[in-house]
Design a protein around this ligand. Structure first.
Ligand code: FA5
Length: 345
């Protein structure tokens, strides 16, 4: 029996033992693959005497064709068997857990919408910025002690001759000068939302956190406008009936400056729950953040004439407003990645 007959017999035997598509693929590779047995036979044509070459080639090609046809037939046979299998179309599909936006992203969206409704424009200024934007432009010259309040991290790069070193910005107030220079001519109505950095880590402070900063500059802007806007925000974000109050404070970039409190979301400002002192606020009020009338030096540095225009600004922590809204007690949970916490929002 010739080599070709042996190969054919062996192939038929192998084929008769095939019961699934993996085995059939392996058989295909064994006989018809690039380094398969058929190609081995074709390579051997060099060793065949010249007068027999033609006949040998024809026989090998016929065998190759026969093997291809048989493999194709087997493929069809196997796939038709598969379709005989019972498939219950009414079975529920695989359930994959549903993703959702992060609690911070929801708050950013909500706050943006609240301010966009009253014509504020959402912007986002650099998280890594010049010392100038974070301090000098805000009436805090080099060496001023007020800078210490912001516990700033500096980037180890050569300083700019005018703008100083680069910093991880400790507050969104760095956007004030940038926005004044972008808009040039008031009115300015900015809502700047960005990441900030300070080296703190406890239940109410994280090294990276978000602030949102409002800036309004126009003719005849006064504290009444500021109070009205804060009341509007508090009602929209925390719910109807939420009130705000201003307490005197000091910031180098606003004059006068205030801290803003809102009525506690748990006791609604009464300081009592079921006749007992409210555990969340103890006084009926919760602290929201800082605000004030933009200092004339800050307007001047932004290229705006303080004799013609006035303005107000505020800066609040996003983690803090979420905490107040939902009565949460540890903001580190926001960044822990625990799905059981995050999927509640
Ligand atoms: C400022 O950052 C001022 N730039 C706010 C301002 C803007 C005043 C415009 C006047 C005019 P303060 O340092 O108080 O102020 O921070 C504001 C809020 O940021 C805080 O009330 C708090 O909610 C939040 N915050 C500050 N540090 C952290 C921190 N490490 N983690 C989480 N939130 C923080």
């Amino acid at each position: 029996m010739s080599n070709l007959d042996n190969l054919k017999q062996e192939f038929n035997k192998n084929l008769s033992q095939i019961s699934n598509s993996e085995q059939l693929t392996a058989l295909h590779i064994k006989y018809l693959g690039r380094n398969g047995l058929i190609n081995d036979l074709l390579k051997k044509i060099k060793e065949i005497p010249n007068e027999e070459k033609k006949q040998y080639g024809t026989q090998v090609n016929l065998l190759k064709k026969e093997i291809e046809e048989k493999i194709n037939a087997k493929t069809k046979e196997l796939s038709s068997k598969k379709s005989d299998k019972f498939f219950d179309k009414t079975m529920p599909g695989k359930q994959y857990p549903k993703g959702s936006s992060h609690i911070i992203s929801y708050a950013i969206e909500e706050i943006t919408k609240i301010f966009e409704k009253i014509s504020f424009i959402r912007v986002s200024y650099p998280e890594v910025d010049w010392e100038y934007s974070a301090f000098e432009s805000l009436n805090m010259p080099k060496g001023h002690p007020a800078r210490d309040d912001f516990e700033t991290s500096y980037i180890d790069t050569p300083p700019h001759p005018k703008f100083g070193k680069m910093v991880l910005t400790p507050h969104t107030s760095n956007g004030q000068n940038r926005e004044m220079r972008r808009v040039k001519n008031p009115p300015i109505r900015m809502i700047n939302i960005s990441k900030c950095y300070r080296p703190n880590w406890d239940a109410t402070h994280t090294p990276m956190f978000y602030q949102f900063e409002g800036l309004c500059v126009d003719k005849d802007i006064n504290i009444t406008n500021l109070k009205g806007t804060l009341d509007y925000f508090a009602e929209k974000y925390f719910g109807r009936g939420t009130k705000t109050r201003l307490r005197p404070h000091h910031f180098q970039f606003t004059e006068p400056s205030f801290e803003v409190d809102v009525t506690c979301t748990v006791c609604k400002g009464s300081a009592k729950v079921n006749g007992k002192k409210c555990k969340v606020c103890k006084s009926g009020w919760l602290e929201l953040g800082g605000t004030g009338m933009v200092h004339p030096n800050v307007l001047k540095e932004g290229g705006i004439n303080p004799n013609e225009f006035t303005g107000w600004a505020f800066g609040f922590g996003i983690e803090r407003v979420i905490m107040m809204k939902y009565g949460l007690d540890d903001i580190r949970n926001y960044y822990g990645g625990d799905i059981r916490f995050l999927e509640q929002f």
